[in-house]
Design a protein around this ligand. Structure first.
Ligand code: GLY
Ligand code: MN
Ligand code: MN
Length: 437
């Protein structure tokens, strides 16, 4: 992502702040995986969204109207020895020259410098609760100033949640962000296509995971956006199944929920296909119900509709389908009102998508579902899950889990399915699988 985009975001934030405000945003900490091995570092999305700065041990500070610059970045100093081991650090010069900070100080000096920056401010925009150690430090800095009140120092009197402002910004994707999301979608589509082409009875779920991973990595995605789910047969009924360790049998369906991250943006795609390349009659019947629910939901994605409209459309289509197949009995309005479908469809139809797979942004404003607007991106992912041993359910339906998930951008006049290039109808999926590898 170009520096221009980060400059635009910081400008937008600074415009929303007032003179007398200060915003403080620490980078996420490194995380240990085992003993002295760390996970590969990925800045948290809020921090990266505003800074584009990829290093840990950094704190961004925004002070509208500050004479010596409105954007201060605390970060690690250059250290030739450490850099030999773990790679280049930007240092203070790099923070200003490469990453657009107006001023930069060593992170180790923050206790001496930050209280001074907070002096004579009124409101501190900071999100409490993500990092308790840092929370304590912020409070200490404020207290340092309060202790000096008698010498005329004015300490800020109010804390405001920075999430509110920032997450509202992140909910609306710019053209640059949509471009990154299209790329994440494209890579993910290729990975799912590969998995469909190579799938054979007798393979293990992890073999398909490896095929997905191969496409992600070779196409420039440094990480999946979340742990890939590859669940065959009854495993597909566990919503967040990530063991991916079982053999895939002839006659089973396999559910793959996997998406790449590209330039810090996520894709989130699910497809469910027959391990042997051909849906059985029962599998096909259930699959058509889920697909109809997804189609009905996607149709609802347009400006001025509400966040919940797609879910309601999916629930109606799903309930109708379950009644047609004899899996639910009763009158449609009553079944919907009583949420009878929840036995087989227990999650919601989607979520915001962006830098985080379950992205930020309010779903309700006050008590009202949010109105959809251009630039919002969400998933549409209805599913049906009928585990083995489901009481009162005919055997032929059991051990089947189906989800179909696409990523959709709300446009000025409707929507654009970012992941629409991937086969989703029964015929399309079977044709793709038949094309082999
Ligand atoms: N893969 C997580 C989700 O679909 O929400
Ligand atoms: Mn998913
Ligand atoms: Mn999802």
């Amino acid at each position: 992502m170009s520096q221009k985009e980060f400059i635009r975001r910081r400008k937008q934030l600074l415009k929303m702040l007032e003179p007398g405000d200060i915003a403080i945003l620490p980078a996420a900490n490194m995380k240990i995986r085992n003993r002295d091995v760390e996970y590969r570092y990925r800045p948290d999305s809020d921090f990266y969204y505003l800074t584009g700065f990829p290093e840990p041990e950094a704190v961004a500070v925004f002070i509208p109207g500050r004479k010596h610059g409105e954007y201060v970045l605390f970060c690690r100093e250059r250290d030739p020895v450490m850099e030999t081991w773990v790679g280049k650090r930007a240092g203070q010069d790099g923070a200003c020259e490469e990453y657009g900070a107006s001023d930069s100080f060593p992170i180790n000096d923050i206790d001496d410098i930050l209280p001074g920056l907070m002096e004579n401010t009124e409101r501190v925009f900071y999100t409490m609760g993500n990092n308790s150690k840092f929370d304590t430090r912020v409070i200490q800095w404020v207290n340092t100033l309060r202790d000096k009140a008698r010498s005329g120092v004015h300490a800020p009197g109010e804390f405001v949640n920075l999430d509110h402002v920032l997450h509202e910004m992140r909910l609306f994707k710019s053209a640059t962000e949509v471009k990154a999301m299209r790329m994440a979608a494209k890579i993910s589509v290729a990975a799912h296509q590969r998995a469909m082409r190579v799938c054979q009875p007798g393979m293990y779920e992890y073999e398909l995971e490896a095929e997905l991973q191969y496409e992600f990595t070779r196409r420039g995605s440094p990480s999946t956006a979340y742990s890939s789910i590859v669940g065959a047969g009854n495993n597909a009924c566990t919503l967040h199944y990530i063991d991916n360790c079982d053999v895939m049998n002839d006659g089973d369906l396999v559910l793959i929920d996997a998406g790449a991250e590209y330039d810090y943006y996520a894709a989130d795609i699910t497809r469910t296909f027959p391990v042997n390349g051909t849906y059985s009659k029962a599998q096909k019947a259930l699959y058509e119900v889920v697909l109809a629910a997804q189609t009905a939901a996607i149709e609802q994605l347009k400006p001025d509709n509400h966040w919940n409209d797609p879910h309601e459309a999916a629930v109606r289509a799903m309930t109708e389908g379950l009644v047609d197949l004899g899996l639910l009995k009763g009158r449609l309005p009553t079944l919907i009102k009583n949420e009878a479908y929840k036995r087989f469809y227990m999650h919601r139809t989607g979520h915001w998508l962006g830098m985080d797979v379950h992205d930020v942004g309010d779903y309700k404003l006050g008590d009202e579902w949010r109105v959809l607007e251009k630039g919002m991106v969400m998933t549409v992912e209805p599913g049906l899950y009928i585990p083995l041993g489901s009481k009162g359910v005919a055997k032929k339906w059991q051990g089947i889990g189906i989800r179909i998930e696409d990523d959709v951008l709300v446009t000025k006049s409707g929507h654009d399915v970012l992941t629409g290039a991937l086969a989703s109808s029964v015929d399309e999926v079977e044709a793709l699988m038949a094309s082999g590898n």
